[in-house]
Ligand binder design. Structure first.
Ligand SMILES: *Cc1c(COP(=O)(O)O)cnc(C)c1O
Length: 462
């Protein structure tokens, strides 16, 4: 694995960053809120941050300016599309066109954690989004949902579709002709491009995916095989998004899926919570006052973990504790939240170079809408070294025969934090000390299902 290749950025981008951020006062950064933590991040140390603004919430109430009905509406839209999804993505046949992943118990890995981390209490579960149909990553939730919203709007506006229709109608000649006149564009480090690209191409849209330097070759090849135009950039994720946004704006027939600002993506991710509730219930796993649920979510720009957290807080309120996980090279969310500067600061501002094996999380600047939405909902976040990501990837593969890509393993690290003094302080402060034995720890495994065998073998050897 050539680590240089993944985080390569053009000098030009760094200059551009410097220009836009010339207001940045780093002295203030290192003397203000969470100064020590920010210093540790700049020194590429693993850190654990807790959200001092965390507030108590009531399930199904208005949160972060959004109502619970928005999630319900998103869920209903997904249901309307079931016949279409079932027909065109045979891997969803078993679930009649529902795009969902399994909840896995990890017997061997749980044994390992208990033996090596004697302070660990509770049950371990994995949400296997690496094997979500169609896109093989958590992006199948937000990305596919947003393309559905777009297709539905266009078809309804043209009078070709009613909400009560069988959505197989979207494959009619009229609809396909309509979609063929429109372009969908997106900027991506890889996985979002896959989900938007595959879904949009299926509807018959023209698709352009703007890929950052981090994007893996196989992801570009796979997209091209679906007839998607892939434009490659030497810059990072933010610059790919920026280029895509600009080019799309020049074309009135083009729609840009804006990962940094999209409400639809966010809500698509949020629906995961409704499904998880049912899965936990069916598995006989309680989430209540005596049975807290800890969730560890890999974070790039923040949309996926943010949307899922928003959904989980709507469902479980104060009984769920969500933590975001980032590589030490791109802790954009942790940095934004800990400094209070949210999307106003990038990891390059503290001298990090963004080089990480976790290409799905290689994002230098967090989403503004996600930072705002998470202000009172997220419990905290932490960072993980690449070596640990590789270690967890190998362990899950060897012990459980579950393959996750390195980015997707960032959640695993959350389990190892329970014994730490800082996490114990959080547990004590939230009155959870006596119920940790009944706690559930859910690692969100966010991707890896489409990784080709040769790339997989290469990663497992690294
Ligand atoms: C995109 C991605 C994430 C994080 O999603 P964001 O919306 O960028 O925060 C996590 N894991 C994998 C594998 C991803 O591709």
């Amino acid at each position: 694995m050539n680590m240089k290749e993944v985080g390569y950025r053009k000098e030009m981008d760094k200059e551009a960053d410097k220009e836009t951020d010339n207001e940045m006062d780093t002295d203030l950064l290192y003397s203000g809120m969470n100064a020590d933590l920010i210093k540790d991040m700049a020194d590429k140390k693993e850190v654990l941050w807790f959200n001092a603004n965390l507030e108590s919430v009531t399930p199904m109430s208005e949160m972060a300016g959004r109502k619970f009905v928005y999630i319900r509406a998103a869920q209903n839209r997904l249901l309307r599309f079931m016949p279409y999804i079932e027909k065109f993505f045979p891997e969803t046949e078993e679930r009649k066109g529902i795009i969902e992943s399994q909840l896995l118990v990890l017997p061997e890995f749980s044994k390992y954690v208990r033996e090596n981390y004697p302070d660990f209490r509770g049950r371990i579960l994995l949400k296997d989004d690496a094997h979500l149909p169609i896109a093989g990553s958590v992006k199948a939730r937000g990305g596919i949902y947003e393309v559905m919203v777009h297709a539905e709007k266009l078809a309804m506006k043209a009078g070709l579709l009613q909400p009560t229709d069988n959505y197989l109608k979207l494959d009619s000649k009229e609809c396909r002709d309509l979609f063929g006149k429109h372009t969908v564009q997106v900027g991506s480090t890889g996985n979002l491009g896959l989900s938007i690209g595959i879904m949009s191409a299926k509807f018959g849209f023209k698709v352009i995916v703007h890929m950052s330097a981090d994007a893996k070759q196989w992801k570009k090849d796979l997209l091209r095989s679906h007839g998607v135009t892939v434009v490659e950039y030497e810059g990072d994720y933010s610059s790919a998004v920026e280029q895509g946004r600009r080019l799309s704006a020049e074309d009135p027939m083009s729609y840009f899926v804006d990962d940094e600002n999209s409400e639809d993506l966010f809500l698509g991710y949020a629906t995961a919570a409704l499904r998880l509730k049912v899965q936990l219930f069916k598995a006989g796993i309680a989430v209540d006052e005596m049975h807290p649920l800890f969730v560890y979510l890999p974070c790039g720009v923040g949309g996926a973990p943010g949307g899922i957290t928003y959904g989980l807080k709507q469902i479980f309120g104060d009984y769920v504790h969500c933590f975001f996980a980032e590589p030490i090279a791109t802790p954009c969310f942790t940095l934004g939240m800990a400094s209070g500067m949210k999307s106003e600061i990038s990891v390059y501002d503290i001298g990090l170079d963004g080089t990480t094996i976790a290409d799905g999380l290689a994002v230098g600047r967090a989403s503004e809408i996600v930072c705002d939405a998470m202000d009172t909902l997220v419990s905290g976040s932490y960072t993980v070294e690449d070596d640990n990501l590789i270690k967890y990837m190998k362990m899950l593969n060897d012990m459980e025969d579950v393959f996750l890509e390195p980015s997707a393993c960032a959640g695993v690290h959350g389990l190892m934090l329970q014994g730490s003094g800082k996490m114990q302080a959080y547990i004590d402060k939230n009155g959870l000390t006596d119920c940790m034995a009944g706690s559930t720890h859910l690692v969100w495994g966010t991707g890896g299902g489409l990784v080709p065998d040769n790339v997989k073998a290469e990663l497992l050897k690294s």
